[in-house]
Design a protein around this ligand. Structure first.
Ligand SMILES: Cc1ncc(COP(=O)(O)O)c(C=O)c1O
Length: 325
């Protein structure tokens, strides 16, 4: 069986139409010196509540949960986790119970994703730090198993070999769109954090034989740590798909210079990117993820990184709900 046939056999549950549009950002091109042809891939258009990139992974995670006969899903994130809320939200339709472990101090007045978690009746447990999440998830899983439930614990961001095929498939989608548009992208910029999105794109570009350079703009993690994660998540999937050769950290591009003071804290550059993208193109970006990736594209353009005939794709991964706080 070919790698592609093996990939096609991975069970998937269709949650939403995932052919997200690609649009040209012609106005930004004219106002940012050094900006070549810039396009955006709108994963922020997935679903009415800006579900973003998470749904791509969940199509495979839910299929795995079904295969295992799980009735309860446990996952984690920060208070404003897009992944946690999207998991709880999408799971309702398929009859899974979802328990969330969120780190942070619950505010007196919940907003954004946390407000939705409560509105949809998700069971939420709070812990103080990121480090406590895993242990708490395991404890809750044991409790649920003792009550007779069949549990699947989904890691942060669904960034493991179960969720990763979602972004492999996304690369197949992009290949088709390149053919429809009659162009090839030289670069893809996207926000990167737990490594699942970038792993899927990297494996996908090899599986579907397209060749953009993928540059992950870190939201919170050092370049070295994120590259390690990407290799760790990708390797078992590539082995399963009988893809050879594997890639190593030297073949990956991760840029951690745009984090600023930390996860979700705006920088002068992300504020400028927010203003440019919203006022020039009507594209909303948030300061956890997409504004920082957008600020990187502007920075690369200004420092003369691109050639005039390059084509750059900004993969907008969603998450805009965190703007409404
Ligand atoms: C909107 C958004 N973009 C990008 C990411 C990063 O994706 P990943 O965790 O797969 O690296 C996340 C989640 O972490 C997210 O919510």
């Amino acid at each position: 069986m070919t790698s592609f046939e093996l990939f096609q056999q991975i069970p998937r549950m269709e949650i939403a139409p995932l052919q997200t549009p690609v649009h040209r950002c012609g106005r930004i091109e004219t106002v940012v010196p050094g900006m070549p042809a810039l396009y955006v891939k709108h994963d922020d258009y997935i679903g009415p509540l800006v579900w973003g990139n998470k749904l791509r992974k969940l199509e495979y995670v839910f299929a795995e949960a079904r295969r295992l006969g799980a009735d309860t899903l446990i996952t984690c994130g920060g208070l404003q986790s897009n992944h946690a809320r999207t998991t709880a939200h999408a799971a309702l339709r398929f009859g899974f119970r979802v328990i969330l472990v969120l780190n942070g101090v619950p505010p007196a007045r919940p907003t954004g994703n946390l407000l939705i978690d409560f509105k949809i009746g998700a069971e939420v447990h709070f812990v103080s730090t990121r480090e406590e999440r895993q242990e708490k998830m395991e404890k809750l899983a044991d409790d649920q198993r003792a009550l007779g439930h069949k549990v699947l614990v989904i890691p942060l961001g669904a960034s493991d070999e179960v969720g990763l095929p979602g972004f492999i498939r996304a690369m197949g989608e992009l290949k088709q769109q390149q053919q429809q548009l009659g162009i090839k992208f030289d670069y893809i910029f996207h926000p990167s954090s737990s490594g699942g999105t970038q792993s899927g794109l990297e494996v996908g570009k090899r599986l579907f034989e397209i060749d953009p350079r993928i540059i992950g703009i870190s939201a919170d993690t050092s370049e070295r740590e994120l590259k390690e994660k990407i290799v760790t998540i990708s390797t078992p999937v590539m082995k399963h798909l009988k893809m050879d050769p594997m890639f190593d950290e030297d073949q990956l591009s991760v840029d951690d210079r745009f984090i600023g003071e930390g996860y979700g804290i705006p920088t002068a550059a992300s504020l400028e990117a927010e203003k440019l993208f919203s006022e020039q193109e009507g594209i909303l970006v948030d300061h956890f993820y997409t504004a920082k990736a957008a600020s990187a594209i502007i920075h690369y353009a200004r420092e003369g990184f691109f050639k005039p005939d390059d084509r750059v794709l900004f993969w907008h991964t969603g998450g805009t709900i965190s703007l409404f706080q």
